[in-house]
Design a protein around this ligand. Sequence first.
Ligand SMILES: Nc1ncnc2c1ncn2[C@@H]1O[C@H](COP(=O)(O)OP(=O)(O)OP(=O)(O)O)[C@@H](O)[C@H]1O
Ligand SMILES: [Mg+2]
Length: 221
Amino acid sequence: MSAPALRALGLRRRFAHPSGDVEVLRGLELSVDAGELVTVSGRSGSGKSALLALLGGFDSPDAGRVLLGGEPVDGAPPWHTCAVLPQALGLAPELTVGENVALPLRLRPDGDKDGIDMRVSALLGDLGVGALVERYPGEVSFGQQQRVALARAVSGRPKVLLTDEPTAHLDAASKPAVLRLLRRCADEGAAVIVATHDDQVRAVADRRFRLTDGVIMAVPG
Ligand SMILES: Nc1ncnc2c1ncn2[C@@H]1O[C@H](COP(=O)(O)OP(=O)(O)OP(=O)(O)O)[C@@H](O)[C@H]1O
Ligand SMILES: [Mg+2]
């Protein structure tokens, strides 16, 4: 049997602060298979973003390990292995929308460069922001930037996709395309982890978790 696409073992993370240390994760365990879409909910400040930072290799745990495809994570892996839609989006301001989305494909050493423009247009079109391809991130709305950052995260067909509140800034009309894309990524074989407060995202998930007091528990649909 192959290893889970993503595994977190005994993750602990404490943040030191003059006003008092915060122990955000206290031995968290999580295993997600390829092809699964899972959600992680929990009150604001419960540690969802901190967890995604550890899973994506942007932060290191005080104890515990993250395994991607059975291999330990050492720093942030390449984006075709694990890609992230951060809560703060993190688009490159000096690149156009299209260039931002193309970046993971251009950086991929083994990638076919010929189909990049078509993939970028298709993704942006699916998300309803196809007309913005030549603009810079500072020239589009925050909700539009969020969809661009999602397109960038999925463009390189990562094995693991980590998305932090991908529907937080979207209106009802823009949301279904995002839900469809997240579902499609999982159906095409990615392990998709979504931190979210949104019931509509939870509705398309295979499994749902809640982060409380530094550990994660499965919750019924
Ligand atoms: N670098 C840091 N230094 C100190 N404390 C931090 C740091 N990063 C996060 N925290 C604290 O860790 C806790 C978890 O933060 P986190 O951003 O993971 O919450 P969250 O569940 O994503 O919340 P939200 O739903 O508002 O996005 C909070 O109490 C936060 O103040
Ligand atoms: Mg957060």
